[in-house]
Each structure stands twice: as C-alpha cells, then as structure tokens.
Design a protein around this ligand. Sequence first.
Ligand SMILES: [Zn+2]
Ligand SMILES: [Zn+2]
Length: 184
Amino acid sequence: MMRVHIEQITEQGLALDFEEPAQTFPALMELEATGAGTFTAPVKTALRARLFGDMVQVKGIISTRVRLTCARCLKTFDAPLTSRFEVTYTQRPAGEKKANQQEEIELDAGDMGLIYFEGEQINLLEAIQEQVILALPIKALCSPTCKGLCPGCGADLNQGKCSCDRRVPGGAFAALKNLNLGKK
Ligand SMILES: [Zn+2]
Ligand SMILES: [Zn+2]
C-alpha cells in the first residue's frame, strides 16, 4: 500500500517508488464507471518524503496511462498521464476534544495546503488519486491538430477530405442567396 512510515524517513528523505493497479484507487474506479476513461497501466509514483520538524513533505511525480475518447473524432487513444505531486502532511494536534475546535483547525490546515495525518503512518492514496484526476485533460483530443469528423457524412477528416460540400449551410452566403430569391 502507498504508505509512508514516519520513522523510516531519514535525513536524506525516503524514496517512495510504488506501483499499484488503478483498481486500488476508489476514485479512479468511480471515474471509469462514468465512462470518462480507462486506466491501462498501474499508477506509479516516484516520490520522496522529507521531514521538516513535525511536518512531512512528499514531492515527486506520479504517472500512469489512460485510454480516452477523442472529443473531435471519437477515436479511442492511449495517453500517458503525468502529474507533479507536492503535499505537506502535518500531525493532527493531540488533545483536541471539542468538535468545533477540531473543525476550525482542519480548515486552517486546509488553507495552508496541509493534510493531517494521525499515528505513525501517512496514507498517500487519497492525495495520489486526486492528483491523477486533476491531471486528466478537460477536453480529450487524440492530437491537438485532430480535424474531427465531417458533420455531413461522418468521415474521419484526419484520413483525408471527404466529398461533401463543406460550405456551412445557413451561413452568410446562403442567407444572401435566399434574400435574392425572395425579391423575384
Ligand atoms: Zn481525434
Ligand atoms: Zn463529409
């Protein structure tokens, strides 16, 4: 599992090179269920944990592969997904008993970009799956220059031109033509 054992972090830091199947991450499986994409490779981490006082900084790269559907030509394609990761964890303050007080402190920690952990281990799973999801393109394109499909015949315009007349129907020119016809 993707955990950091605090006592294993030395002065040089601790390398966290994990490889976990996408099925390990509930949020990634939820995303697959929506049809937004399929993970075709395990999630790999090349991270390093360092101690700064009682804070633990985890920094590095996460990578995987994802199969997406091009928003223009509807082809499925496999794309590498890489994300920079930098999260600082801090020990949850002990002795906080009042629920309200606890909530207030959590908000403060969130404001500073900190995540609380309890005990001697940090579970990286949540932060990792969040980063993977953030790294997904908002609009999936098989190529930035994808020409998409012809709206007339559905031909893949990346394969070459189709025989449709591609002047936009209802465009400025067509409107003028109609106007002239009306004057007859
Ligand atoms: Zn495309
Ligand atoms: Zn066409």
